[in-house]
Design a protein around this ligand. Structure first.
Ligand code: NAD
Length: 256
């Protein structure tokens, strides 16, 4: 068997880019899936040639044809998939529930939740004979934190991902496919570009002030590379007895 193969969605930026780089550094072949191909190509070019191959598939994770075609390309190229990092996601529209348009609600559901389902579904046939590891990026929002008023759609998708992860962990255990979720707190990425805050949220916000910041461990947002360390651990055999679990990576932010 050749190098292990990892598929990373949202690999063109932030947490996904850091994980793609980490996987490649560990000698895995990596497929970067992103809706923004130029970004993903930039990440590919940044990955130093350490013997790993990297290829980019432009795909919208919420589009069934896109996802299945990307996974097909991976199989044609490398003939195996060992790791799926289902990470692409958006904050989407941030507003009061009263003002939230159904279409905006749907967009967040579709990308974050349907996208996760489609990716997991699409890799099962290719993982079921030799096992594998699936890691889903959820969040502290929707799991251990509910004070971010306006994030109702986002938080609902992030809670849904954890429920889906647990269902998948049980169902896929027979194939030795492990499924876990990570729940980051604030991480320094480009997610603001996919955050559409509307005026309505101001009216319903509950003011909360932490004079010394809301990230107790480092008093600052985490780095994507710190999250990539956890993702690699969950992808590797070091976590061989861990499945069906969500792991918080937030410097205790969500406990405050
Ligand atoms: P990011 O915006 O830097 O990266 C996300 C990438 O996903 C981008 O390259 C974007 O083009 C891609 N993407 C967006 N929609 C897509 C789609 N429909 N199909 C394919 N690719 C798509 O953001 P990030 O912070 O690295 O986010 C990654 C994940 O981490 C998300 O699921 C997010 O909810 C989660 N998360 C982020 C934070 C944080 O503070 N940054 C905290 C908790 C959870």
């Amino acid at each position: 068997m050749g190098n292990k193969v990892a598929v990373v969605t949202g690999g063109g930026s932030g947490i996904g880019a850091a994980a793609a780089k980490r996987f490649a550094k560990e000698g895995m072949n990596v497929c970067i899936i992103d809706i923004k191909e130029e970004r993903a190509e930039k990440v590919r070019s940044e990955i130093a040639d350490g013997g790993a191959e990297v290829f980019v598939a432009e795909a919208d994770v919420s589009n069934k044809e896109d996802v299945f075609s990307a996974i097909q390309q991976v199989m044609e190229k490398w003939g195996q998939i060992d790791v799926l990092f289902a990470n692409a996601g958006i904050n989407g529209t941030i507003t009061s529930i009263e003002e939230m348009e159904a279409e905006d609600w749907d967009q967040t559901m579709t990308i974050n939740l349907r996208g996760t389902f489609l990716l997991v579904k699409s890799v099962i046939p290719h993982m079921k004979n030799s096992g594998g590891s699936i890691i889903i990026t959820s969040s502290i929002n929707g799991n251990r934190m509910f004070k971010n008023i306006g994030f109702s759609a986002y938080s609902t998708t992030k809670a849904g991902q954890v429920a889906f992860m647990k269902m998948a962990a049980l169902e896929l255990a027979r194939y030795k496919i492990r499924v876990n979720a990570i729940c980051p707190g604030a991480i320094d990425t480009n997610i603001d570009q996919n955050t559409f805050t509307q005026k309505g949220v101001e009216e319903v916000k509950i003011p909360i002030e932490y004079p010394e910041g809301n990230q107790p461990l480092e008093n600052a947002a985490g780095k994507p590379e710190q999250v990539a360390d956890l993702v690699y651990f969950l992808a590797s055999d070091q976590s061989s007895h861990i499945t069906g679990t969500e792991i918080y990576i937030d410097g205790a932010e969500s406990l405050l």
